[in-house]
Design a protein around this ligand. Structure first.
Ligand code: HEM
Length: 540
């Protein structure tokens, strides 16, 4: 047989004959074509929800631009409230309607709360072995139970309140130092550091920015790989919708995912090993009360807790890969969500100086001007809470919930929903749905105080008019912690400083364009001028 071609396999060239090559081409074409016809036959017999016209093979993919949440919102207005899309070879539905969302997330939770196994989830979440991207099933159930019963309990979160207070003080000090030098403040940087430090201190026992930080090299390395992780997790990768694209991978996306996967794994393994060694030392020194370096008194961070838990099927300990998957989830789920929300809230409040004055009056009245806000004050600040609720209405941390997937065929509002349909709940469009909200582009926290309710809930509530943390089985387990981090940072920044745009800019000039990703940050980082407004001794 004449060798005509060569395939790459694990970096090695393998000679391949003409007959085999032809056979592969014919077989692949047959499989592709029969798949297309099988799908078409299956879906033509179904009563699918209405949706925009679609092309063969690519479906509606070309109708999605750089801000897909806005494109899908338009479809909801035109064909909604429940819209069917075909994305390459994937069935998808989308909605921005509270009643449909309630049906998906609460009534049909058992069928619609799974997750698609995307390439990013496979490569960047330990083969979907985490919580957030794991399909519904016993593994997800166990990992979620570990989060709820061991990591994110009220008691454990309270035990980290002094760390949060220190980080809030660090935030105020760094703004104050820049204000003293007359420098404008980059709010993205300082809010990012606040969230990252809070999360890593609780999770890994390490602070990455500021005086007690892990060191500039480690911090830079950590920031770099987490940013890469966020970027790749947020990508709409065509290979997930068109298998042929995956074979070609013209931009080397999957290769990049594998590189980041390797780097992140090394980083996480190092942290697990350090914790394990520290645990060993702790055990050896346990009885030696005179040891000056007694590390047994060091409090347990999340990695210590995970290392102390029994594993699945009677194993003495959890597998390293499970611990690393949980660490990764917490970092990805907790840091960007809270810092993106804080930056949007600051941008909207600086754009609306009367809102700033009003929240400062509330803070001065409740807290006074001779001390700083504490976590215990946060429940007594309804106007501040309505600012956060209004921020979630206009700028939810992510434009969609993490995509859900149907486990089996079902019906919503009389329409057929096939098995493995991808579900995009458009939280951005829900907050701007004109059937639900009036004056949608106006930032007006007062709208959340109108029913005279003193306690403003920062959650979906029974009416599902906002959805900051999702609902049902997949509801964010970190919602109480996320809300506290957001309220605490904002309360300190509004109470301690007057804020204005950099010289020459008017408040209304502050840019409010967003970029699409797993989270949805402002397109341009927020820069502002801070002026201290409390007695000087409170800043030191
Ligand atoms: C302001 C801060 C936060 C916001 C806005 C937020 C929002 C969300 C949203 C929208 C989801 C998806 C829900 C769904 O798919 O139905 C989610 C899931 C999740 N969040 Fe949060 N989150 C925040 C903070 C946190 C924190 C602090 C943690 C943990 C330390 C956390 C851990 C998780 C996890 C593990 C999931 C996956 C749950 C599952 O799939 O079962 N989040 N979050």
């Amino acid at each position: 047989m004449l060798s005509l071609s060569a395939f790459l396999f694990n970096g090695k060239q393998i000679p391949i004959s003409m007959d085999i090559l032809l056979l592969i081409i014919v077989l692949t074409s047959v499989i592709l074509i029969s798949n297309i016809f099988r799908k078409r036959f299956q879906t033509t017999n179904l009563r699918l929800p209405p949706g925009p016209p679609r092309w063969p093979i690519i479906g509606n993919l070309l109708q999605l631009g750089p801000l897909p949440h806005r494109d899908l919102a338009k479809f909801c207005t035109e064909y909604g409230p429940l819209v069917y899309l075909r994305l390459g070879n994937v069935d998808a539905i989308t909605t921005d309607d509270p009643d449909v969302i309630r049906e998906i997330l609460l009534k049909q939770d058992d069928v619609l709360a799974s997750r698609p196994s995307t390439l990013a989830a496979v490569h960047l979440a330990y083969g979907c072995g985490d919580v957030a991207l794991a399909p519904l099933g016993p593994h997800w159930k166990r990992m979620r139970r570990i989060c709820m019963e061991h990591l994110l309990t009220t008691k454990r979160l309270e035990s980290f309140s002094s760390h949060r207070a220190e980080e809030a003080q660090h935030l105020v000090r760094s703004v104050w130092a820049q204000a003293q030098m007359g420098q404008p403040v980059n709010l993205r940087d300082i809010l990012g550091a606040f969230s990252m430090n809070n999360v890593t201190r609780m999770l890994l026992g390490k602070q990455y920015f500021g005086t007690g930080s892990a060191g500039p090299k480690e911090a830079t390395e950590f920031m770099h790989i987490t940013h890469e992780l966020f970027r790749l997790l947020g990508l709409i990768y065509l290979g997930d919708y068109l298998p042929a694209w995956r074979w070609v991978d013209p931009y080397g996306c999957e290769k990049k995912m594998r590189e980041v996967e390797k780097k992140i794994d090394e980083f996480h393994q190092k942290i697990v090993d350090e914790h394990r060694e520290r645990g060993e030392r702790k055990r050896k020194r346990k009885d030696d009360d005179n040891d000056p370096d007694d590390e047994s008194k060091v409090e347990m961070d999340f990695v210590d807790v995970l290392l102390s838990l029994p594993g699945d099927n009677g194993k003495a300990h959890m597998e390293d890969v499970e611990i690393k998957a949980l660490m990764q989830d917490m970092i990805a789920a907790a840091t960007d969500t809270s810092s993106v929300t804080n930056e949007w809230a600051m941008a909207e409040v600086i754009r609306h100086p009367h809102v700033l004055k009003k929240v400062q009056s509330e803070l001065d009245f409740v807290v006074g001007c001779d001390r700083l806000v504490q976590e215990s004050d946060l429940a007594q600040l309804p106007y501040l809470r309505s600012i956060v609720r209004e921020t979630f209405r206009m700028h939810p941390a992510g434009p969609f919930l993490i995509p859900h997937e149907s486990l089996k065929p079902t019906k919503i509002r009389g329409y057929d929903i096939p098995e493995k349909t991808r579900i995009f709940i458009n939280t951005h469009a829900l907050g701007r749905n004109t059937r639900v909200w009036s004056n949608i582009d106006e930032f007006r926290p007062e709208r959340h105080l109108e029913d005279g309710d003193k306690r403003v809930e920062i959650s979906h509530g029974p009416d599902f008019k906002i959805l900051p943390f999702g609902a049902g089985k997949r509801k964010c387990p970190g919602a109480p912690l996320g809300t506290t981090m957001v309220l605490l940072a904002l309360a300190r920044l509004f109470h301690c400083f007057d804020w204005s745009p950099p010289c020459g800019e008017r408040p209304e000039d502050i840019d409010t364009r967003e970029v699409y990703g797993m989270t949805m940050p402002k397109a341009v980082p927020l820069i502002a001028i801070a002026k201290p407004r409390l007695p000087a001794n409170l800043y030191s």
